[in-house]
Design a protein around this ligand. Structure first.
Ligand SMILES: [Mn+2]
Length: 376
């Protein structure tokens, strides 16, 4: 009879999301628990033999007892075995949340892995080999011992670890906590469930990063999935089903603006992120050169969408604002204000002038004062 299990990792429960407003932080934090609960429900619906979490269950080993209780609550819908391993964010150090969780008294179906172990599941048909991190950074490959570890004939050998695969590691994973790229072959594993990389990624015939089930950063790396793994018998090829769970849609947009037509295409980009808008977490980097009339329209557009998205972070550093004569004419065509504006513009054009930014700000302020009321 086939064995099936859920592979997930990098839940980062309790992540503070400090770069966001307080409402947004709360929503993003709560969603991670809701997603875990959804995983538990799927485990129950699909009647899997186990749920394996490959590290970074918590954002930090100092997570509070409240957070620990919330975790247990979210896990409740799945009554089968859970195996939770530590990662670089939540290593099994002394005084960690793991030790406190253990002391709180765990449900019988929840296994915390704080020391290297071989866990027998599914009436002996599946052995989970573990290599939990006990500090943030290990220089040794903790999975090396699996090569010589004996398991009963006929049982599936499943590895569970957190770290970066050497040689074929994706750019961005940490160089510490190395795991041999061919560990699955060396240790005769039927499947190796990895955590650390937050996107879903296959790194070998039998080795996968599940990625985090709920995206937590702006990175186009296919995060927001869990893997449902099915194995018929030892040696058979694992069947992988990727199940999409992402609630929030994290998008980093780049947009070049050189006139008001480009504003329209920007709005189209915003609209294509889909409904409901408040599930989009957006960062935008704008480049190009615009006049003040366009700048004003841009401000209005961003204000509207800032209110619709869960969050809109704007980077306007690459966007140059160049007042045209038409812009300045709208403020004043010939009086002393115009004389001042012309001087400000020459300061703005002078790259050696330390008051360049100040001059830009002053022109925009005058523009807003003179035109804001009429166009609002
Ligand atoms: Mn992580």
């Amino acid at each position: 009879m086939a064995i099936s299990f859920i592979h997930t990792a990098d839940l980062q429960i309790g992540k503070p999301f400090g770069n966001f407003g307080s409402d947004q932080r709360t929503l993003l934090r709560l969603q991670r628990l809701k997603t875990l609960r959804r995983i538990a429900e799927i485990g129950s619906e699909r009647k899997v033999d186990a749920v394996l979490v490959a590290g970074d269950v918590f954002e930090t080993a100092a997570a509070s007892n409240d957070t620990a209780h919330s975790l247990l609550y979210a896990m409740e819908p799945y009554k089968g075995p859970w195996v939770l391993s530590t990662g670089n964010h939540d290593p099994a150090i002394a005084e960690s949340v793991w030790a406190r969780l253990q002391a709180l008294g765990l449900p019988a179906n929840v296994r915390l892995v704080q020391t290297p172990d071989a866990i027998t599941l599914a009436e002996g048909r599946m052995i989970v080999l573990t290599a939990p991190l006990r500090r943030k950074h290990e220089t040794e490959d903790l999975t090396a011992g699996w090569n010589t570890f004996k398991t009963p004939e006929g049982a599936l050998r499943i590895g569970l670890a957190h770290g970066s695969v050497t040689n074929c590691g994706p750019a961005g994973t940490e160089a510490t906590n190395p795991i041999a790229g061919d560990r699955d072959a060396q240790a005769r594993l039927d499947y190796l469930a990895l955590g650390d990389w937050h996107g879903t990624m296959q790194v070998g015939d039998r080795t996968w990063y599940s990625g985090t089930p709920e995206p937590d950063r702006f990175k186009a790396n296919d995060s927001g999935n869990i893997l449902l793994v099915r194995l018929d018998r030892p040696g058979s090829t694992p069947e992988i089903e990727k199940v999409r769970l992402a609630h929030y849609n994290w998008v980093h947009l780049q947009h070049n603006l050189n006139g008001s037509d480009d504003l329209e295409t920007l709005e189209v980009k915003f609209k294509t992120l889909g409904e409901p808008c408040d599930r989009s977490v957006v960062a935008i980097s704008l480049t190009g050169t615009i006049d003040l009339a366009t700048r004003q329209k841009l401000d209005r557009l961003l204000t509207t969408w800032r209110a619709r998205f869960l969050s809109l972070q704007e980077n306007l550093e690459g966007l140059l604002r160049r007042p045209t004569d038409t812009d300045l004419d709208r403020i004043d065509t010939g009086g002393f204000v115009r004389t001042a504006l012309n001087r400000l513009r020459s300061i703005q054009d002078d790259t050696t002038n330390p008051n360049q930014t100040l001059a830009t700000g002053a022109i925009e302020l005058l523009y807003e004062i003179h035109t804001g009321a009429e166009s609002r």
